[in-house]
Every structure is written in C-alpha cells, then in structure tokens.
Design a protein around this ligand. Structure first.
Ligand code: GTP
Ligand code: MG
Length: 222
C-alpha cells in the first residue's frame, strides 16, 4: 500500500521562510518581524517611527490581522506601501502568506520591510517568516509577569520594547522584575522603554532600526 505522507507544517513554513529571506537578501531589504500580544502597541510604534525614518529609509509594511484592514489603513495614512495580510482567523502569520505579500510590494524600491504580526503572545513566535530581525513588544498594562509566562515571545528577539510606560504609575508593573525575567530568557536583546503616544523612546527605536538596515541598501541610496 502506498503510504501517504503529510509534510510537517513547520517544514513547509521553514522552506517558505528561507525563500523569503533569499529574496529579501537579493533585493537588499532588511526585514523586521514585530511581535506582541493583542493591543501591546505595535501599530502605534510603527506610527511613531515611520515618520521619523521615512526620509532616510524607503520602508514598506506587511500588516497581519485576523479579520480587518484597520492597521493597514493607519499605516497607509503615513504614505508608505502597505499590504494587509488576513489570516482568516489564524492566530499568526505564516511565511507562505508573507510570500504572497512580498509579490505585491515594490521590493526593488525598499530598504526596510516591517511586518506587524497578529496580536498574540504565543503562536507568532514559533513561525519564522524570513525576517532578519525580531522585535517583541510587551506593554506595561499586560503585567510584569508576562515575560516569565510567555518566554517564547522574547527568546529570539533582537530588541524587546516595553511599551505604554506612561501608564506604569497606574499599574503595579515592576521594571526590575520584568528585566530580571527577560534576562533569564534572552541575554542579548536590547530592552527599550517607550511611550508612543508622547513620542518618548521612539526616537531610540528609529535609530535602532536605522543602524541595522543592511549596508547594501544604504549604499544603493548614496
Ligand atoms: N497610553 C498609551 N497608550 C498607548 C501607547 N501605545 C499604544 N497605546 C494605545 O493602546 C491601544 C492599542 O494600540 P495599538 O497600537 O493598536 O496596538 P497593537 O499591538 O497594534 O494592537 P493589535 O494589532 O490589535 O494587536 C490603542 O488605544 C493605543 O492608542 C502608549 O505608549 N501609551
Ligand atoms: Mg496593530
């Protein structure tokens, strides 16, 4: 009897992620995957940094969402190319869905691609999209126990943003507790505090992104 083999979903995703990375490398585009729980402040961070970077970097955005185009509409208002990726209820982006988005973006005209993943502190972390960098966002309103409770979200991050810090006085969020837990999970990631609504810390985030944009793309703009 012929044995049916179902290909591992992770294997298929990893293959697509590798293809995405190869395509982005060939075009000299630095790709950043932005992860965090629902409402952690991911789109607000994009709204804060894109206007700061727009004159130095040619940026594009892929917006992940279960059901709406609300975040893509917010990014579109900033005047950068954006594609909405709808997961149709799925709790994370996949590399194959990102692949479809890449086909519709003007990659030759971009230096940096920002991908906002579906708001979820668990599932997106397990799926490589082909990105070069990961930024994980935790808002103070989620609680200082969340690094310990959702370690996978932070394990592979290159940068961890503690967002909505203006609201800290209204909570019992303890920066020492969360920093200690984050350091146990991930020793190398930088940790940055932001207040997107007041544009505090977001300049540092913009600088972090600019510093990591690929040399080849910077050179192509000279
Ligand atoms: N006070 C305060 N509110 C913020 C800050 N950043 C975001 N918010 C608010 O938090 C809410 C959620 O922000 P979004 O940027 O939409 O969060 P998100 O992570 O993109 O949400 P999803 O894409 O739905 O997961 C909004 O009402 C924002 O105005 C901040 O730094 N301070
Ligand atoms: Mg959002």
């Amino acid at each position: 009897m012929k044995i049916k083999v179902l290909k591992n979903v992770f294997q298929r995703n990893d293959n697509a992620a590798r293809e995405n990375r190869e395509l982005l490398d060939a075009r000299g585009v630095t790709c950043v995957n932005l992860l965090g729980g629902a409402g952690a402040g991911k789109t607000s961070l994009l709204e804060a940094v894109i206007p700061v970077l727009r004159d130095s970097l040619r940026m594009g955005v892929l917006e992940g969402d279960l059901a709406t185009t609300k975040d893509a509409t917010r990014v579109d208002a900033l005047g950068v190319p954006v594609i909405q990726l709808l997961t149709d209820g799925g709790c994370h982006l996949t590399a194959t869905l990102v692949q479809q988005g890449l086909r519709r973006l003007p990659l030759d005209g971009l230096d940096m691609l920002l991908i906002e993943n579906v708001g979820n502190p668990i599932c997106p972390a397990g799926f490589d999209l082909g990105e070069h960098l990961r930024i994980s966002v935790l808002s103070v309103t989620e609680g200082d126990d969340k690094a310990a409770k959702y370690p996978l979200l932070f394990k592979d991050a290159d940068l961890i943003v503690l967002s909505k810090c203006d609201l800290q006085p209204l909570t019992d969020f303890d920066f020492n507790t969360v920093t200690r837990d984050l350091r146990r999970i991930n020793r190398r990631a930088e940790i940055l505090q932001t207040q997107a609504r007041r544009a505090i810390g977001t300049e540092a985030l913009a600088t972090w992104l600019l510093d990591r944009c690929r040399p080849s793309s910077a050179a192509s703009r000279e």
